[in-house]
Design a protein around this ligand. Structure first.
Ligand SMILES: CSC[C@@H](O)[C@@H](O)C(=O)COP(=O)(O)O
Ligand SMILES: [Zn+2]
Length: 206
């Protein structure tokens, strides 16, 4: 769909950086070029100042198709690959590191985080009056392909009910059929995380 989504990815990164979600080079963003290839941020680049030379084109078999000199794909490219392989509708993937997402990992039980019963979950594709929805939570591993393998196994069983997944003590990954939808999904998940943290602080059961 997005034959060259790099300027859109750079704009999204600036936005998320300004929200404090991509500090210190954290996070990575990608968008499909076609059924078999996607553009992803190069590893370790400052997310408030990405240029055309800060993106790498990958195929869905983990191979670099095109990379500017000296640039490597994101260390977390295997996670994006798993999402693109399992979710044909996913055209754009955003992975960011917020404080609230990391606090919320501690509220998870058996690898699931129960999302608050908010009307806003409609925006995540859950139209129920009293939604009971869990976000999958994966263990973090220094060896990123291990995280991707866990996700691959889980997604082969069942895709998450909402378009996202949390990695414990690390950050959230959200996706969507276009840039706007992926951003909305990320914003709504981050809203849920803020809500859960504040509810916990106020000792409110959700
Ligand atoms: C700032 S360290 C964070 C990284 O280890 C990683 O989790 C991350 O999200 C960014 O890695 P990157 O290789 O730049 O895409
Ligand atoms: Zn990360």
């Amino acid at each position: 769909m997005h034959h060259d989504p790099r300027t859109h990815l750079a704009a999204a990164a600036r936005d998320f950086y300004a929200r404090g979600w991509m500090l210190g080079t954290a996070g990575n963003l990608s968008a499909r070029r076609d059924a078999d290839a996607f553009w992803i941020t190069a590893s370790g680049r400052p997310k408030d100042q990405l240029g055309a030379e800060d993106f790498v084109l990958m195929n869905l078999r983990g191979q670099v198709v095109q990379a500017p000199p000296g640039r490597k794909p994101s260390a977390e490219v295997a996670i994006h690959e798993v999402v693109y392989r399992h979710v044909p509708d996913a055209q754009v993937i955003f992975h960011v590191h917020s404080i609230e997402a990391n606090l919320c990992g501690h509220f998870a039980q058996q690898g699931r985080l129960r999302l608050p019963t908010l009307e806003m979950l409609k925006g995540l594709g859950v139209p129920d009056a009293e939604p009971r929805v869990d976000l999958p939570v994966f263990a973090n591993h220094v060896n990123v392909p291990r995280i991707a393998e866990d996700m691959d196994r889980a997604f082969a069983q069942a895709l998450p009910r909402v378009p996202g997944a949390l990695i414990h003590q690390h950050g959230v990954t959200a996706w969507g059929p276009d840039f706007l939808a992926a951003r909305h999904h990320l914003e709504l998940l981050e809203y849920c995380f803020r809500y859960l943290v504040q509810a916990k602080a106020l000792a409110i059961g959700v």
